[in-house]
Ligand binder design. Structure first.
Ligand code: HEC
Length: 109
């Protein structure tokens, strides 16, 4: 019963308007993974590992994502400033190999 109700609530009838993804993981997988890879390993776009090292100032990465760079489209107008900040934060933590941030991919010493 409960599961059915939840499914109905989440699945919708197909008529509902698109709900913009809010979490970093959801935004990333919806808009970024096609070019940067599910694990940020790179594909059409470069790997997004260690963005916090490359761009110590988070504003620089936010600016790239907002305004686009080279082959990457600008995301302003398609993502809100909040979504951009959230997904940038996600790339900086989720794909970091720096042990101080918390490695997601185990590294052998
Ligand atoms: C259509 C493919 C494509 C999509 C979709 C895309 N990117 Fe990119 N992205 C690129 C390419 C290509 C570059 C390299 C641009 C350059 O340096 O000329 C890039 C560069 C970047 C950089 C800078 C990387 C560096 O090493 O300087 C960041 C950060 C970034 N993208 C984040 C994102 C985020 C976050 C999203 C999702 C909101 C996203 N990208 C979606 C293609 C894409």
């Amino acid at each position: 019963m409960l599961a059915g109700a939840l499914l109905a609530a989440c699945g919708g009838s197909g008529d509902e308007s698109f709900t913009p993804p809010k979490s970093g993981a959801a935004i990333y997988s919806t808009y970024c993974a096609t070019c940067h890879g599910k694990q940020g390993q790179g594909f059409v776009g470069p790997a997004l590992t260690d963005m916090a090292l490359k761009y110590p100032n988070v504003a620089d990465e936010v600016s790239i994502v907002t305004n686009g760079k080279g082959q990457m489209p600008a995301w302003v107008g398609r993502l809100t400033a909040k979504q951009i900040a959230t997904v940038v934060d996600y790339t900086r933590t989720e794909f970091a190999s720096d042990a101080t941030v918390g490695p997601k991919v185990p590294t052998t010493p």
